[in-house]
Design a protein around this ligand. Structure first.
Ligand code: SF4
Ligand code: SF4
Length: 407
């Protein structure tokens, strides 16, 4: 576990533990337990303290009764994948994701989670030149077999990192294509495929590239709220007219980034951030809205299983457009039978909690095996890397569309 101490209470001025959660949000939970089957950590452990209901009960204990931040409490909070699978299952509308983000921010402020090395690594995400340089050096080390297999697996590295990347090019100003940080360095061909698909549908595309290098999603998850808000403000300023939040649609091909960008209104609480968030769409949402503009093509003769990234399905609630678009370009789509249960990737979760992440992934892999697909389509870089690490053939849905359009 990545904590610095294990049993000292974190206290406020009155000597009580401090989370500063919205009491109204916290009190929405009636402890019914209907969310438990949708929680991956509860499913693999059967442990109430690793369930949404258990975590909320501990938040109340800490906030309302000054309970100390014991090892059990910190473990409960740190092992949450933040997949938010519990939210659609909750009849009371508990905004669990925001409660956990606020909890983590309080703990990070008190130095109880997110140690210095994690903060340093997160800072690197906002510096694209540094990120590219570091990644290229790592790619060179891979070629020289200097990266041991266990290390590569522990950090979820792709089998062969790119040393160089083809430069971005703008083809018009109809839409922005948000390119982000790690995905742009490790999986730029996905962005290029998305751009070609959008262009084939008649849209001019401007990749955001270095002007908006990081959405701050991983910072929010790690409790680094101040840095996340700085990155959000910088992104809005870079992609808006006069910082107003207005401008062309912002299309995203990473579910995690899309969810973060759509949440800027909540994160910053400003009118400009609200306007900005309303411009954000997953690329497949945009294409499904313009289905009449999708070019005809011979469908790929493939049985494709759609793996819904949690931040597309549970957070953005925008997983159906993937199917709408893919149905034009592959011969067979199959559903997994696990009701969208998380795969265990969870941003940096698979690195920070490798055992639980592996157990959760094993359930997803079993569901994939039952569906017997030729390939798995996943619209989130973390999920695809996490699944590919155990040999699941994954591809971004827009890469499949691009293949059909450009055989
Ligand atoms: S979070 Fe919602 S579903 Fe889960 S126990 Fe609370 S009220 Fe019930
Ligand atoms: S966010 Fe995911 S892991 Fe966390 S409590 Fe909810 S369902 Fe469980």
């Amino acid at each position: 576990m990545n904590r610095q101490t294990t049993s000292t209470p974190a206290t406020g001025a009155a000597g009580r533990s401090v989370l500063r959660l919205d009491a109204e949000d916290l009190n929405k939970c009636v402890q019914c337990g209907l969310c438990l089957p949708s929680c991956p950590t509860f499913r693999v452990t059967g442990d109430e303290s690793l369930s949404p209901r258990g975590r909320i009960a501990l938040m109340r204990q800490v906030q309302d009764h000054g309970a100390p931040l014991t090892t059990e409490v910190l473990t409960s909070f740190e092992t949450c994948v933040q997949c938010r699978g519990c939210e659609p299952a909750c009849p009371s509308g508990v905004p669990y994701g925001h409660l956990m983000e606020q909890t983590r921010e309080a703990l990070a402020r008190q130095g109880r989670i997110s140690p210095w090395w994690q903060r340093l690594a997160m800072e690197g995400l906002a510096h694209p030149r540094f990120l590219r340089l570091g990644s290229s050096a790592l790619a060179g080390a891979q070629r020289l077999r200097l990266v041991p297999g266990p290390v590569a697996r522990r950090f979820g590295l792709p089998g062969r990192l790119p040393i160089r990347r083809e430069a971005h090019r703008a083809s018009g100003t109809d839409v922005y294509l948000f390119t982000g940080c790690v995905m742009d360095v490790w999986q730029r061909p996905v962005h290029q495929a998305a751009q070609r698909v959008l262009e084939a549908a008649g849209f001019g595309v401007t990749p955001t590239a270095d002007r908006a290098p990081c959405c701050g999603a991983l910072h929010t998850h790690a409790g680094l709220g101040d840095r996340a808000r700085q990155l959000a403000e910088a992104t809005i300023a870079a992609l808006s007219t006069d910082g107003s939040g207005d401008g062309p649609p912002i299309l995203v091909d990473s579910a995690g980034c899309g969810a973060a960008l759509k949440d800027y209104g909540h994160l910053l609480g400003t009118a400009a951030a609200d306007r900005f968030s309303r411009r954000v769409l997953d690329v497949t949402e945009w294409l499904a809205r313009h289905e009449d503009r999708l070019p005809a093509a011979e469908p790929l003769a493939l049985r494709v299983a759609v793996q819904d990234p949690c931040h597309l399905r549970h957070v953005q609630r925008a997983h159906l457009p993937t199917r709408t678009v893919l149905a034009h370009y592959v011969t067979e789509l199959v559903e997994l039978d696990d009701d969208g249960l998380c795969c265990g990737a969870g941003g940096a979760y698979s690195v920070l909690q490798p055992e639980l992440a592996g157990d959760i992934r094993a359930r997803k892999v079993a569901a994939i095996d039952r569906a017997r697909p030729d390939v798995v389509a996943s619209a989130n870089p973390g999920c695809s890397l996490h699944l590919a690490a155990v040999g699941v053939p994954t591809i971004h849905p827009l890469e499949l569309v691009d293949r059909a359009l450009n055989p």
